[in-house]
Design a protein around this ligand. Structure first.
Ligand code: WT7
Length: 634
């Protein structure tokens, strides 16, 4: 039976069935829409108190046979990937399923020749070029676990991620093009690898042609190896619960969290949600503007589309280059039918003259999507009116790196949109709102967003740190996965995500933890302690504001912000830079010494009338001082 949901009636029926008999519901979807080498014996098993979750246990498969091999019979010559380069003058590349299959197999053979075996971790640090998707699939082909690191991360951030998963091999390039910038990735990798003795080999894709220095015992160009490799590479047979990939996401404390996803469940859910949230049908051209370095790119540029035999666009560049009409030019050029982007991009584009939009024919579009952060009403209306011509449905998709696939969103054309609401959960997703005292709330309510039943693509652990996995997601509310978000439910059962309730800040759709940023700031020789909070920003959604305690009384404000931002760029990457810095003599703390970022957040937002009871603080007097400091700095 096809897993395509085509009516609201069917959606409701599927929700009921997925709830009353989840085993049967997912069994049919997994059996009828994928190729398995061996069927599973247990559809799912879980115990959130450990936590342990297993899907399709006993089943064997290779996800690339589902993404590639099975399409060779009926769509070998159909385009799988359209690569649109940064430079609008360069020709787009159309890679059909047959070519993609061969290129993945060659790449997989090269990985093998370099000693990579099933279970090894391979770090992929590449710009948005076809080799990025190919490298991901090549790992999956041979059962190596890919860990893609977004090519905007700094050498320190890259090193942390390589060390954490003990990667044996790194795939990178001589560089990449992004707008009018050239990324020098090889130099960043070289610096990172000074601290990564475990890396045995670096494979380099040639992209920019820039001169790079190779370390002969470690580095090699991949092209000659690809040329001599066979385009035949039998797929490694994987257990359903074998790891497929690790992807790092920020946490509210210290180290990034290596979210580990496994094979069978991730395949089933990423494919099922792609089909339904984008209502993809044969002949469509789908484009997600994210980077494959984020989960959005994993699930909805690579795996979801290819599992459905779709045509997926990969764009190397940025929305503003060569001008702010680039997205719309690409939509027109490739006759894009589904367009999926982030609210921050929409807000930035909405600030530009409408002529950038109106000079392009956008009539091919039939579904619009947003992801990554709450979308404000104004941005939603602009997207609806100017890109969607007032009629194209917009799906506002809520999900996380941890969830592997979209969890709450309106199925376009099937569930009515409600601006600023992600609306309703997918069949099989059991959402609950919890009050502060852990009660499940009924009817219209506001609370902490939790899921109280497993779904196939949920992360199984944090790589190397299962106790942190339990602590972060399964401890706040007993028997539930806690998302870290707050949400409101209306009287129709629609959910509106209100934002993070923990110390994660979302800037331009990037998930940033306060702790690593504060650690970077504290490296400054003149700074004793710091706290970072998010505040409203018209385009980025949130921007970062830092409160710092100086080591000496006469700290100079001038140059401090740029000095701190250099440290942040080094440690994390430019995406985590502060917009504002404030020197204070103390930070509001609880008696146990925990910084009350909630109070700083309100001060930064100017909501000083609603600070709540501050008398229980260790140092209530600093609050007044910070408020007056902030007022002076305006
Ligand atoms: C956090 C997850 C999901 C892929 C990209 C981000 C926020 C995500 C929405 C949305 C409101 C959203 C949440 C979530 N978020 N989508 N449609 N409406 N908030 O993945 O980096 O793991 O971040 O992004 O706060 O917890 P991520």
């Amino acid at each position: 039976m096809s897993y395509h949901i085509q009516s609201y009636q069917q959606y409701q029926k599927d929700c009921l069935q997925a709830k009353s008999d989840p085993g049967q519901f997912w069994d049919v979807i997994a059996r009828d829409n994928f190729v398995w080498r061996k069927p599973w014996h247990t559809t799912f098993e879980f115990d959130f108190s450990i936590p342990e979750v297993k899907w399709f246990e006993g089943g064997q498969l290779n996800i690339t046979e589902n993404c590639l091999d099975r399409h060779l019979a009926d769509r070998a010559l159909q385009t799988a990937i359209i690569f649109e380069p940064n430079n609008p003058q360069s020709e787009a590349e159309h890679i059909n399923y047959l070519d993609l299959h061969q290129r993945v197999c060659r790449f997989a053979n090269v990985l093998k020749d370099n000693g990579v075996v099933k279970g090894d971790r391979v770090c992929i640090y590449l710009p948005m070029i076809p080799e990025l998707a190919i490298a991901v699939l090549a790992c999956a082909r041979i059962g190596a676990i890919h860990s893609v690191v977004f090519a905007g991360f700094s050498s320190t951030a890259l090193a942390t991620r390589i060390v954490d998963c003990n990667a044996k091999l790194v795939v990178t390039s001589d560089g990449g093009f992004r707008g009018d910038k050239i990324l020098d990735l090889k130099t960043i990798v070289d610096k990172a690898l000074e601290d990564c003795a475990m890396v045995e080999a670096v494979l380099l894709v040639r992209r920019t042609g820039n001169q790079v220095v190779l370390r002969p015992d470690r580095d090699a160009w991949i092209e000659p190896q690809l040329e001599s490799a066979s385009h035949d590479c039998p797929a490694e047979v994987m257990e359903s619960e074998d790891p497929l990939f690790i992807l790092y996401t920020s946490g509210s404390t210290g180290q990034p969290k290596g979210m580990m996803h496994t094979t069978g469940g991730y395949m089933v859910y990423s494919a099922y949600t792609f089909k339904n949230y984008f209502q993809y049908t044969d002949g469509n051209v789908y484009w997600c503007t994210a980077d494959i370095g984020w989960i959005t790119g994993h699930s909805y540029i690579v795996y979801g589309p290819l599992l459905n035999g779709a045509t997926t666009v990969m764009f190397e560049g940025v929305p503003s280059y060569p001008d702010f009409g680039r997205f719309w030019e690409i939509v027109e050029k490739h006759k894009v039918t589904q367009f999926y982007t982030a609210p921050t991009a929409i807000r930035a584009l909405a600030k530009q003259p409408l002529s950038f939009v109106n000079s392009h024919d956008l009539s091919s579009l039939k579904v619009l999507g947003t992801v990554g952060e709450p979308i404000n009403e104004e941005a939603w209306q602009w997207y609806h009116e100017h890109i969607g011509g007032g009629t194209t449905p917009i799906t506002d998709t809520w999900w996380q790196t941890e969830t592997g696939g979209i969890m709450i969103a309106n199925l376009p054309g099937i569930i009515a949109a409600k601006p600023t609401f992600a609306t309703k959960p997918m069949p099989g997703i059991q959402v609950v709102l919890k009050s502060e005292d852990s009660q499940s709330l009924d009817g219209p309510a506001e609370g902490s967003l939790c899921i109280d039943f497993p779904w196939p693509s949920m992360a199984r652990t944090i790589w190397g740190n299962h106790s942190r996995f339990k602590e972060t997601y399964f401890s706040a509310f007993q028997g539930c996965y806690f998302t870290g978000d707050g949400a409101i439910r209306d009287d129709q059962g629609n959910y509106r995500i209100t934002g993070r309730v923990d110390d994660v800040i979302i800037v331009s759709g990037h998930n940033l933890g306060t702790a690593p940023i504060e650690d970077a700031i504290n490296e400054h020789p003149e700074i004793a302690e710091s706290a970072v909070v998010g505040r409203h920003h018209d385009i980025k959604g949130q921007s970062l504001c830092g409160f710092v305690i100086p080591k000496h009384q006469n700290l100079e404000v001038s140059g401090l912000l740029s000095g701190v931002n250099v440290l942040i760029s080094d440690q994390i990457g430019p995406i985590a830079k502060l917009d504002q810095i404030l020197i204070v003599s103390g930070l509001p703390k609880t008696r146990s010494g925990k910084i009350m970022r909630r109070i700083l957040r309100k001060i930064a937002a100017g909501e000083t009338d609603h600070l709540g009871d501050i008398s229980t603080l260790l140092n209530p007097e600093v609050v007044e001082e910070i408020i007056s400091q902030l007022n002076q700095s305006k």
